[in-house]
Design a protein around this ligand. Structure first.
Ligand code: HEC
Length: 109
């Protein structure tokens, strides 16, 4: 009985295991990319999205809210001193990765 199971299970289990590994590797790459992209915001919005002084923090905020703010800067709907330029320096996919990264960070140190 065990022999039959192993013979049947292996051809199915192996591709699934390989596929799961590939998906996990891709997720890890995306997380790393997101962190690197988000690091470019740190000079103004603080390390790990926690800003000092009057600057707005990005950590722990809703993805949709951050994306909307960035979209409004890009379109010019929201006037800005510099975020209209900063937000145009990334593709929409990159901005999505960035806000997902910040949304997942704790809002307080
Ligand atoms: C050189 C400084 C600087 C950098 C770098 C920078 N920002 Fe900003 N950010 C600002 C300033 C200043 C504002 C206020 C709007 C303005 O005057 O441009 C702002 C506002 C924002 C806001 C709106 C916050 C709110 O609650 O109103 C978001 C969202 C934002 N930035 C996201 C980002 C992201 C994401 C990055 C990195 C890709 C980034 N910023 C990089 C300076 C910066």
């Amino acid at each position: 009985m065990i022999k039959i199971c192993a013979r049947w299970a292996l051809p199915f289990a192996l591709p699934i295991a390989l596929l799961t590994g590939a998906v996990q590797a891709q997720e890890a790459n995306e997380a790393l990319l997101a962190r690197n992209l988000a690091a470019t915001c740190a000079s103004c919005h603080g390390t790990a999205g926690l800003a000092k002084g009057e600057m707005k923090s990005l950590a722990g905020r809703k993805e949709e809210d951050l994306l909307k703010l960035l979209a409004d800067y890009r379109s010019g709907a929201q006037p800005a001193t510099l975020m209209h330029q900063v937000s145009k320096g990334y593709t929409e996919d990159q901005l999505r990765l960035i806000v997902r990264h910040f949304a997942a960070l704790p809002a307080k140190p």
